[in-house]
Design a protein around this ligand. Structure first.
Ligand SMILES: Cc1cc2nc3c(=O)[nH]c(=O)nc-3n(C[C@H](O)[C@H](O)[C@H](O)COP(=O)(O)O)c2cc1C
Length: 307
């Protein structure tokens, strides 16, 4: 049975990746399963300088999901290269470095410094960050800004550049087209959905920043719809599907909708070996359905006429 998939120029041992911010810097999860089974690890989002993140509480549980407002806490690009990358480099999987900046120039500087590091397979640009100069609107929601930012980062790296789309938009296809126009080699679909939770007795928001990002099974149907819309509009562009994946069958659904790979996110917090279990379930599904090559599933959704 073949589980290998190509993604842009990457050769992935399986379509299962782990999602940024939910899998630390990889090492934390090495005791639970062989990381080489993964197609890739997307690291915690890296910024040019280290960041302490937002005040607590910055996580809260919701029905079928959680809201987080971690504030992109990370060790910064220099420490990442020195202290975290050496382990990841020998883990046997592709290392995809998720990155961001607070300004346009910071994004570009971060992409350039990460490009110089040995052992980085690809970069994944997180555009769900507030653009302070544009009134705090996320970088990724205005198509023209997204194209310009992608183009600028594209010009400073030789590695495949993935753009991770925000779902906080009325038109995901416009954002996908904007990223591809700027030179994106692949798209990660989706980041967290803007949300809030309220403590009725205390009459206060449940997280310190009032709003945060919703993740987990609650967002899976939104993510599936967006993956399908993007794949239908841009069938040549590889997509990594993300959002509430919890089983092998969930993976198959994302592949059918048009994803080439998927990323396991929030679930790894409660079940650190989830990615390995899900990969086993995917293999079992393929065996039962007599599918010899996982690539057969990509974009193979049948939409009956009239739907
Ligand atoms: C605690 C937490 C931290 C996250 N940090 C990042 C990050 O640094 N960069 C990023 O692009 N996405 C980040 N994400 C978003 C996830 O990578 C993923 O897109 C999202 O959680 C949806 O997938 P899931 O429902 O499987 O968790 C974070 C999510 C969570 C829950």
């Amino acid at each position: 049975m073949n589980l290998r998939v190509p993604f842009a120029t990457l050769d992935c041992a399986s379509p299962i990746w782990t999602a940024s911010g939910t899998f630390g810097y990889g090492r934390e999860f090495a005791p639970y399963f062989d990381l080489a089974r993964l197609g890739a690890i997307a690291t915690k989002g890296i910024s040019p300088e280290a960041r302490a993140g937002n005040p607590v509480p910055r996580i809260c549980e919701t029905a079928s999901g959680m809201i987080n407002s971690i504030g992109l806490e990370n060790v910064g690009a220099e420490s990442f290269g020195r202290d975290k990358l050496p382990f990841l480099r020998q883990s046997g999987t592709n290392v995809i470095v998720n990155f961001f900046g607070e300004t346009f120039d910071e994004y570009v500087a971060c992409a350039a410094s990460l490009d110089a590091l040995d052992g980085v397979a690809a970069l994944e640009m997180n555009v769900s960050c507030p653009n302070v100069k544009k009134g705090g609107v996320e970088f990724g929601v205005i198509p023209a800004v997204l194209t310009e930012l992608t183009r600028a980062c594209r010009s400073v790296t030789k590695r495949p550049l993935l753009v991770k789309l925000t779902p906080n938009t009325g038109d995901i296809v416009a954002l996908a087209r904007a990223a591809v126009a700027g030179g994106a080699d692949g798209l990660s679909v989706i980041n967290t959905v803007s949300a809030m939770a309220i403590d009725a007795r205390r009459r206060r928001p449940r997280i310190a920043t009032t709003y945060g990002g919703l993740s987990g099974p609650a967002i899976k149907p939104i993510a599936l719809r967006m993956v399908h819309q993007v794949h239908t509009a841009l069938p040549e562009v590889p997509i990594s599907g993300i959002g509430g994946i919890a089983s092998g069958e969930d993976v198959v659904e994302f592949l059918l909708a048009g994803a080439t790979t998927v990323q396991i996110g929030t679930l790894s917090f409660s079940e650190p070996s989830a990615a390995a279990r899900i990969l086993d379930e995917l293999s079992a599904f393929m065996e039962q359905e007599r599918i010899s090559d996982v690539r057969e599933l990509i974009g193979a959704l049948v939409v009956p006429a009239g739907c």
